[in-house]
Design a protein around this ligand. Structure first.
Ligand SMILES: Nc1ncnc2c1ncn2[C@@H]1O[C@H](COP(=O)(O)OP(=O)(O)O)[C@@H](O)[C@H]1O
Ligand SMILES: [Mg+2]
Length: 257
């Protein structure tokens, strides 16, 4: 499989806290990699480093062979890094559609670029973004929510809208930070189906999730992280069977036995 993300020797500390300790990681097209580990392990920080929220201290980050480590958040999004946020970051008083329309990768919007390109081109981009947004909402069975103010939706649907907004970026890497937290029932099934379909369409997906059931249902492989280090990579079953990891994360080995 074609490697989409390749990280070599990535290092980052905040003062005395090491959040990335010589991390090497490759994620390939079609792969859904689970990223698990205790609170404070550095999982969100890893997503922040990949997507350009914070700069790394050292190391390489390549997206489809292209070095993105020095790029801004915005340029990494344009290069094809799509992500969701642990705390959603939706514009809660705007409609679902308005939230999604902010997400496309190459959207001129109301920028200076827009005025240079001309109104015609901006309108065409807007029409395309609208169609893309409605297509994503339809896939999630949420087309009827397009004009709803986000804050008026149930929590599970808000989480799906967070994913929908990330999917407006149709790049090859998709980073999902705790997408299932608080999501149940039909929303859970929708989340699972959509993530699966994105990988099948050729994205490389990485999912941080505490819900081991979800990781088991969805991921072929997983990595276990603690204190900024990747301690093990393997199948989800291998990781949950590991005595060391069990003690660190899944309760005591005796509990799990
Ligand atoms: N911008 C930051 N500045 C200072 N410390 C941070 C910053 N981001 C994360 N941290 C610290 O790094 C550690 C790892 O956090 P995080 O990556 O959010 O862990 P996880 O997502 O695995 O729970 C925590 O101790 C957190 O407080
Ligand atoms: Mg986190």
């Amino acid at each position: 499989m074609e490697p989409i993300l390749r990280i070599d020797n990535l290092c980052k500390s905040f003062g005395g806290i090491v959040v990335a300790d010589h991390i090497d990681l490759t994620i390939s097209a079609g792969e859904i990699l689970g990223l698990i580990g205790p609170n404070g392990a550095g999982k969100t920080s890893l997503f922040n480093l990949i997507s350009g929220v914070v700069p790394q201290d050292a190391g390489k980050i390549q997206l489809q062979g292209r070095d993105i480590a020095g790029m801004s958040l915005h340029n990494r999004a344009r290069a094809g890094v799509a992500r969701t946020w642990q705390h959603m970051r939706l514009f809660r008083t705007m409609t679902v559609l308005e939230n999604l329309m902010m997400g496309p990768r190459d959207y001129p919007g109301e920028s200076l670029l827009g005025s240079v390109l001309g109104l015609g081109r901006v309108r065409r981009a807007e029409t395309a973004a609208h169609a893309q947004a409605m297509g994503i909402l339809e896939r999630m069975g949420l087309a009827q929510t397009a004009e709803t103010i986000v804050v008026d939706l149930p929590f599970g649907q808000q989480k799906l809208i967070g994913l929908a907004r990330a999917l407006m970026n149709d790049g090859r890497l998709l980073l999902l930070d705790e997408p299932m937290a608080g999501v149940e029932g039909s929303n859970y099934e929708t989340m699972q189906r959509v993530v699966h379909d994105e990988a099948a369409a050729g994205r490389a997906v990485c999912v941080v999730e505490h819900n081991v059931g979800f990781i088991k249902d969805l991921c072929t492989t997983a990595v276990f992280m603690a204190q900024g280090k990747i301690l093990q990579r393997g199948t989800v079953d291998e990781l949950t069977r590991s005595r060391e990891l069990t003690e660190l994360y899944f309760g005591t080995a005796e509990d799990a036995a």
